[in-house]
Every structure is written in structure tokens, then in C-alpha cells.
Ligand binder design. Structure first.
Ligand SMILES: Cc1ncc(COP(=O)(O)O)c(C=O)c1O
Length: 398
């Protein structure tokens, strides 16, 4: 590169503050092996193995056929915003109005926009560990600083208001909650969530509640902070159709929050992505307003897969694994293997496991812990068995 081109290519501080998503990196490496003809068992991907329900696909096709293919209002059609509000009210007894809802191009886009409108330079955002990879980078992109809230694996990675309170400073702007959690599968109890929201209300900070796995709760009735109506001026609910309806590629997420925040997010969206795809909006209405039986069916199957993978992982000598209570990830602790076969970290384990046993997992470092790998069990039982067998052999020979 000549000095002149280097000068032209000088990138902004904000893009240099962030890193590519760790999960995407694993997908890329597994794809590379596959392109070489190698049979990879993929426990890396963070998406349902189910196909999108037929009635949702039909609605998208009908939208195309009826030429519903033009720009829509930036925050989504009134029909879709009403459907989001209605679904949430039925499921969680929330009382949002259309103006308090915005549809975005995926849950990640909604989260990104929420953080951009709330977090300023040097603001602190409390982030429980382990955290979903993108939280940290999205906060950093906005110029904020993440204050990590360490949790205890033996306590199921529990987050309490007391733990949050200890980290609040005059610079604290928000806390991010994610229950059920990616990557640990931990579910926050309704009481703990309520206490954190109450604390945020008292101390004048925001709760950003990423509830994209809210319906994949295997422990109890799904709980949304949105049901805590009296505190609603201090939290934003972030949701997604990706996991609930097996619609990852469609890119439809949403946020529910105070009108001023939603309007600011809409302003940002008007200067970036504009409306989510018109056709997808019609499909989303069908998903939200149609029968929810498909969601329950998938949830039941995930429970079986969860039981299967936890049993399999725990049967591998040296591996310990907390029991995930939601989402579709197991988060086994592999630290017992550190020091063996040139393996000294979760990244080493995941790298070697992929290169030598051809099983893709995501190393814990991207989620803020160094002793774990994330195993996505959103796949068939047969595929789980194939991968578990390879892992058993790999760890036995390490
Ligand atoms: C915790 C969490 N939040 C948000 C998202 C974003 O999902 P999407 O952008 O597909 O709606 C994901 C996706 O993996 C996630 O795991």
C-alpha cells in the first residue's frame, strides 16, 4: 500500500474501536473447511434449525404478488407496529401504544439504534458476564464504556439488583439484560428482573432488556420487563422474530419504549436503513397475529435437545456444564483441559476442536469468559450425537 492510499484508507476512530463478531468468525472458518470438502458438525451457528412456518412464507409471497414492494413508513407500517404491540400485550400484559413501538431490520439493528440514541461518549453501561458478543462492540461504537458485572457459574450466572447497585456510578447510563441469555442459556427470575428495573428507576438509569429469546424459556412462563408498567419510562424492550419464528434471514426486530426514544430511533433509522423490507413486514404481521402453536412446538423440541446435549456433554470426562434454562445454547466449562496438548484457553480448545475433530463451537472469550465454549444445540438429535461423539474422542485424546 502506498502512503497515499494508506492516507485515503485512514478509518475512523469509532470503527477501530470494535471487532468483527466472534460468532461470525467461527461461521467463516467452518465454511472454509466445508469448501474444502470437510464434513463439519456445526454447533457454532446461533440460529434455529427449523424452517420458517408456512403461513409466514405465504404472507410474504402474497405481499410480493400484490405489489406490496414500496417504501413504507420508517418505523414500520401501522399494521405491523400494532401487531407488535398487540402480541406483547397478550403475552406479557404490557400497555404500549403504536408510537411506543418501532420495527427494525433485525433485533441487532434495533439494539444498535437504541444504544446510539442513548449512550454518549464516556457513558458507562453495565454488562453482565457472559454477554452476547455484540453488546460490547455496539456500546463501544457509540463511545460508551462497558462496566462488566462478573457473575458466578456455580450460581447459574445469576444477576441481582444488589450486584448491579455496586457498579452504579454517576456516569452509569444503562444496564443491559439478556434473559434467556446468549451464550449461557441462563434465565433471570421475574423477581430479579423486577428488582433490577426498580433499582434502575430509583437511580435514573436505563434497562435495555434484550428479550430476543423470551419465548424460549424452559423454566417458567416467559417474563418481559414490559409487564412492569409503572417503571416503563426507564426501560426499553428489544425483541426479534429471528429465533421465535425461525426467521433469522428475514431480518425483523423491534423495540418498545418511551415515545421520545422510539422517535429518536426512528430519526436515526430514517438516515440509515429506512423501513425494514416491506415484504418481511407483511410476513411479520402473519407471524405475530397467527397461531402461536408453531412457537410452542419448537420450544418443546428445544427442551428435548437441551436435555440431550447436556447429558452428552456431562458424560465427557473433564467437562462440566450448567443446565441452560432457555435459548438454545449450552455453555460447557472446558478449563480442565487447559495445559494439555498445547491447549491453554477456550480459543485454543475451539480452534483445535474445529481443525482436528471438525466440530464448530464458539470460544468463550468473545462472551467475556475464558473457560467455556458455546455449543448451539439448535440442530437435530442425530447431528448432536455425531458432534458429541467427535468431542468425546477429541477430549479423551487431548
Ligand atoms: C442476545 C441476542 N440479541 C440479539 C440478537 C439479534 O438477532 P437478530 O438481529 O437476528 O434479530 C441475537 C442474535 O443472535 C442475540 O443472540
Amino acid at each position: 500500500m502506498t502512503p497515499a492510499t494508506a492516507d485515503v484508507l485512514r478509518l475512523t476512530d469509532r470503527i477501530n474501536r470494535i471487532e468483527p463478531s466472534a460468532t461470525m468468525a467461527v461461521v467463516a472458518e467452518a465454511d472454509k473447511l466445508r469448501a474444502q470438502g470437510i464434513d463439519v458438525v456445526d454447533f457454532g451457528a446461533g440460529e434455529p434449525h427449523f424452517t420458517t412456518p408456512q403461513h409466514v412464507k405465504d404472507a410474504a409471497i402474497a405481499a410480493i404478488q400484490s405489489n406490496f414492494t414500496k417504501y413504507t413508513a420508517v418505523p414500520g407500517t401501522a399494521e405491523l407496529r400494532d401487531a407488535i404491540v398487540h402480541r406483547h400485550a397478550v403475552d406479557f400484559d404490557s400497555d404500549y401504544r403504536r408510537e411506543e413501538a418501532i420495527a427494525a431490520t433485525g433485533g441487532k439493528n434495533a439494539l444498535f439504534n437504541a444504544i446510539q440514541v442513548l449512550v454518549d461518549h464516556a457513558d458507562e453501561v453495565i454488562l453482565p458476564v457472559p454477554y452476547w458478543v455484540s453488546f460490547k462492540d455496539i456500546v463501544r461504537y457509540a463511545g460508551g464504556e462497558c462496566v462488566l458485572l462478573e457473575t458466578d457459574e456455580a450460581q447459574g450466572f445469576r444477576v441481582t439488583a444488589e450486584m448491579v447497585a455496586r457498579l452504579i456510578t454517576p456516569r452509569t447510563k444503562a444496564i443491559i439484560l439478556n434473559s434467556p441469555s446468549n451464550p449461557s442459556g441462563a434465565v433471570m427470575g421475574a423477581e430479579d428482573m423486577t428488582e433490577v428495573v426498580r433499582l434502575a428507576h430509583e437511580r435514573g438509569i436505563w434497562v435495555l432488556s434484550d428479550e430476543c429469546y423470551v419465548y424460549l424459556n424452559y423454566l417458567s412462563k416467559p417474563f418481559s420487563v414490559g409487564s412492569l408498567r409503572e417503571y416503563k419510562d426507564h426501560f426499553i424492550v428489544l425483541g426479534s422474530l429471528s429465533k421465535t419464528y425461525a426467521m433469522t434471514g428475514w431480518r425483523l426486530g423491534y423495540a418498545l419504549g418511551p415515545t421520545a426514544i422510539i422517535s429518536a430511533m426512528s430519526k436515526l433509522q430514517s438516515q440509515s436503513t429506512s423501513n425494514p423490507t416491506s415484504i418481511v413486514q407483511k410476513a411479520a404481521v402473519a407471524a405475530l397475529k397467527g397461531s402461536q402453536e408453531c412457537v410452542e412446538k419448537m420450544r418443546r423440541e428445544y427442551i428435548e435437545l437441551r436435555d440431550h446435549v447436556v447429558k452428552g456433554l456431562r458424560s465427557i470426562p473433564g467437562i462440566t456444564c450448567t443446565r441452560p434454562e432457555g435459548a438454545f445454547y449450552a455453555y460447557p466449562n472446558v478449563s480442565a483441559f487447559f495445559g494439555r496438548g498445547e491447549v491453554n484457553s477456550a480459543s485454543d480448545v475451539a480452534g483445535k476442536l474445529l481443525r482436528e475433530a471438525h466440530v464448530a463451537t464458539v470460544p468463550g472469550e468473545g462472551f467475556g469468559t475464558s473457560d467455556h465454549v458455546r455449543v448451539s444445540y439448535a440442530t437435530s438429535k442425530a447431528e448432536l450425537d455425531r458432534g458429541l461423539e467427535r468431542m468425546r474422542k477429541f477430549f479423551a485424546e487431548l
